[in-house]
Design a protein around this ligand. Structure first.
Ligand SMILES: Cc1cc2nc3c(=O)[nH]c(=O)nc-3n(C[C@H](O)[C@H](O)[C@H](O)COP(=O)(O)OP(=O)(O)OC[C@H]3O[C@@H](n4cnc5c(N)ncnc54)[C@H](O)[C@@H]3O)c2cc1C
Length: 381
């Protein structure tokens, strides 16, 4: 085995960004799906010349002595129009900055569902009318394809680019592109990401049960409130699925079946983005900055971050402290512990799929907890 290549890396130190494959001068690395549906690099030992380029661009190989970004300022905020606010995950700041960035002539890269809702992809958007596709958190890993090359091309043509993604996406992009005065980045606070195959099977199962194609899907409907996100699917104008995220099979998979590297994330404390965006979970309901439709937490790390926050339309901003954001949101700085049944779930999923994996791994305690949550959410309505 070539010792200076990504072939030596284990699954817990590969976030699947594909930097190694697009950077290899010999085309010796390709990304392949494993049985769980996550992408990992495969190195062709005959083509590999052991040059180490693939290791250098890997986001998990961070220069440990490189300083993290500063915290310049922090905010809480939300859209002041219900239409925008309710259709976003938290307070909608990702949509607000994207809109103002495009209006100022820029291009936004974010994550959308494919037309059939069965896959999740990184999408380039240069027209505000397409921005709704990026709204809402999608909890399976997005397919990137040639995205980083496309960003590079846009920058080479002198265009201004805003890339919004998970901490590993941003670190990977910055390792690939290096610094560019026209590149702006925002990372989401991240608990981890589940398998794209899980998402596909979940959507296909809904279609199988209803016998109808899905025409709209969201992981974060707020009808039951921001703290009680539901998965909703529509077929035509008809609601075909509606269940609390935490009580659904996809929600169980999201908790139990993350990418192995998410339990060992090296990127979240690295903070190389211009902004960090998340849910302001720690905010008390009695706080004047609270809004039951969702509140965004915003951490500004750079002057570019300051300029991204400077001209948001229809968006209410309040000052906040880093401690307030950090105290309510451990995922800002720490990883979730790997669940004891993670491996079992992955093995059963690879052999027999989502329903079998949930059947075998979900304990009666989990099922009772889910029922109680459903009941509480109904009472809360
Ligand atoms: C997998 C995942 C885990 C998260 N975990 C936490 C957490 O533990 N704590 C917390 O505070 N916040 C977490 N978030 C972030 C939170 O859910 C919101 O996405 C964030 O607060 C932005 O909300 P918004 O209302 O501004 O976004 P919106 O205005 O609704 O826009 C959504 C934005 O998220 C991006 N996006 C959606 N799905 C993905 C994806 N799969 N990969 C990369 N980018 C995506 C879109 O491109 C868009 O820019 C997580 C998000 C994801 C995708």
């Amino acid at each position: 085995m070539k010792t200076n290549s990504v072939a030596i890396k284990g699954k817990d130190s590969c976030c699947g960004c594909g930097n190694c494959a697009i950077s290899c001068p010999k085309n010796a690395v390709r990304m392949d799906l494993d049985g769980e549906g996550f992408e990992y690099p495969t190195v062709d030992e005959d083509l590999c010349v052991n040059c180490g380029k693939c290791i250098k661009v890997c986001p998990f190989e961070l220069a440990k002595d490189e300083p993290c970004s500063n915290v310049i300022s922090c905010y809480s905020g939300f859209y002041n129009t219900d239409k925008e606010h309710l259709s976003t995950s938290s307070g909608g700041v990702a949509t607000a900055i994207s809109k103002s960035f495009i209006k100022s002539g820029g291009i936004v890269y974010g994550v959308a569902y494919a037309d059939d809702y069965k896959s999740i992809i990184v999408k380039r958007v240069d027209d505000v009318k397409d921005l709704p596709q990026l709204k809402g958190s999608k909890y399976a890993q997005a397919y990137k394809g040639d995205t980083y090359l496309a960003v590079k091309l846009d920058l080479a043509e002198g265009k201004k680019v805003l890339y919004i993604g998970l901490p590993c996406d941003v670190v990977a992009l910055k390792k690939f592109i290096k610094e560019d005065h026209n590149l702006y980045t925002a990372e989401l606070i991240c608990s981890g990401i589940t398998s794209p195959s899980m998402h596909r099977q979940f959507v296909e199962q809904i279609e199988k049960t209803t016998g109808k194609k899905i025409t709209y899907f969201t992981y974060r409907n707020k009808d039951k409130g921001w703290h009680w996100p539901s998965i909703q699917a529509f077929s035509g104008g008809t609601l075909s699925y509606n269940k609390l995220l935490s009580a659904s099979l996809a929600g169980y998979a999201f908790k139990t079946f993350m990418r192995y590297s998410c339990y060992n994330c090296q990127c979240k404390v690295y903070n190389k983005a211009d902004l960090t965006l998340g849910d302001f979970w720690g905010l008390s309901k009695r706080d004047l900055r609270y809004n039951s439709n969702g509140v965004s937490a915003i951490i500004v790390h750079s002057e570019k971050g300051v300029s991204l926050m400077s001209s948001l339309d229809d968006f209410i901003l309040h000052g906040a402290t880093f401690e307030e954001i950090k105290n309510g949101n451990p995922r800002l700085y720490s990883c979730l512990a790997k669940p004891i049944n993670r491996e079992k779930f992955g093995n059963v999923f690879a052999e027999r799929g989502l329903i079998a994996a949930c059947d075998e791994c979900r304990m009666w305690k989990d099922k009772i907890k889910d029922l109680v949550k459903e009941l509480i959410s109904i009472i809360n309505l």
